[in-house]
Write a protein that binds this ligand. Structure first.
Ligand code: PLP
Length: 400
């Protein structure tokens, strides 16, 4: 990001930001106007809130889970609002993990989460994935291996981004999600519970196909699955309103952690989001985003077809949503600091995220020949230019 900021002529297919042009200035203005029109309400919004967050918003967030008929919804007490879903992930890890504990993650996975684990002195252990995300059989193999090594008691959670994940853009089918919840329950012991963290950051950014129920649905006892949600991708990362839906036994530990850190996320932002939802401004905005990002995704996939198809051994994922396209190069081409591609790509004027940064430190080894491309920030024109420059850089490395 620093390189891109310092060289504005570079085309960045690296930044994971949302498209600035799509940010909802008008909807935010309407919400703020409504809040400040009545001084008493305005003053409440400008005051501190309570640690778990603004109750009317928390009630609305239960609807966001979109639970199928017949599945009991969580209580409002089980919903905690945080400063972005990153804070929720951090609080959950603080509550569940001791230094040296292990979280099983898809290999690759969301790199900031890996950083969170590292920061807490915890271990990330990679489980093999395919084009449908984490493979349940590989998850069992990882658990068996860790049991054999005497490490099973240290395994405390499984972290997944099952909707259009960051970085691969792949989604897990319903059966796999159910299988993972079942495995977590089966491998849990009386005093050793393995939780499943469902990071649903991109759930609403679906551009084709049908929604898949949250993993919450598969957890009949509601003691295993934690759901992390956010308005950062679907409304505004500047407001940074995220949330968690927690099994009852985790509400107090997470709220205690939060109480010790900030005793509540910015109240005004929560009131804004509640107002946006109440005024019916949210879903039309999501529809607009879907259109905008669908066009950009199509742009990137068409450019990949045009520019990469003639490069032997270059493959890419065609996601149904999210913000990323994952590219795999021939084994011998390293995309990170160890190889030549990164430098040549910069010479050509294009940036990407080397895939190796997204792999957990243990378990499934990192694939150095991968990269994450993002279509969130650049215009279609720049996506096309960037993809042509990237293909030229790859060709130069192949021909060297
Ligand atoms: C998978 C995933 N989870 C969580 C987040 C965090 O978003 P926020 O903290 O803004 O809610 C991101 C942001 O890029 C993400 O990609």
């Amino acid at each position: 990001m620093a390189t891109a900021l310092a060289n504005p002529q570079l085309i960045s297919l690296a930044a994971g930001f949302v498209d600035q042009q799509t940010l909802p200035v008008e909807a935010t203005q309407r919400a703020v106007e409504a809040l400040t029109r009545e001084p008493e309400r305005g003053r409440r919004a400008l005051q501190y809130g309570i640690t778990p967050g603004y109750a009317p918003l928390r009630e609305r967030l239960i609807e966001q889970l979109e639970l199928p008929a017949g599945v009991a919804p969580p209580s409002v007490q089980q919903v905690v609002i945080t400063a972005g879903s990153n804070q929720l992930l951090h609080l959950v890890c603080e509550s569940l993990l001791d230094p040296g504990d292990i979280v099983l993650c898809a290999a690759p996975t969301y790199l900031v989460f890996l950083g969170t684990l590292g920061n807490l002195g915890c271990r990330s252990y990679g489980v093999t994935t395919d084009r449908q995300g984490m493979i349940p059989e590989a998850l069992v193999e990882a658990l068996e291996r860790l049991e054999h090594e005497g490490e099973l008691p240290r395994v405390k959670a499984i972290y997944l981004v099952p909707y259009f994940d960051n970085p691969q853009g792949v989604s897990m089918p319903r059966q796999r999600r159910e299988a993972v919840v079942e495995i977590a329950k089966k491998w849990s012991r009386r005093h050793h519970h393995i939780h499943v963290i469902e990071d649903a950051a991109y759930r609403l950014l679906r551009y084709q196909g049908d929604d898949i129920p949250s993993m919450w649905t598969a957890d009949e006892e509601h003691d295993t699955v934690i759901v992390a949600g956010t308005f950062s991708k679907t409304f505004s990362p500047g407001l940074r309103v995220g949330w968690g839906v927690l099994p009852p036994h985790l509400v107090t530990p997470v709220c205690n952690q939060k109480g010790n850190i900030d005793f509540g996320s910015p109240n005004f932002n929560q009131f804004i989001m509640a107002e946006v939802l109440d005024q019916g401004l949210f879903l039309p905005h999501v529809e607009y985003l879907r259109e905008a990002y669908r066009t950009k995704l199509e742009c990137m996939l068409a450019a990949a077809e045009r520019e990469f198809a003639s490069l032997p051994g270059v493959e890419w994922v065609r996601p149904e949503g999210g913000l990323y396209v994952w590219v795999t190069l021939p084994d011998e081409i390293a995309t990170g600091p160890g190889g030549t591609l990164q430098e040549i790509a910069m010479e050509e004027g294009v940036l990407y995220v080397p895939g190796q940064y997204c792999f957990p430190l243990e378990g499934e080894p990192a694939q150095a020949n991968t990269m994450r491309l993002s279509f969130g920030v650049p215009t279609c024109e720049n996506i096309e230019k960037g993809m042509a420059l990237l293909a030229r850089a790859i060709r130069r490395v192949m021909d060297a």
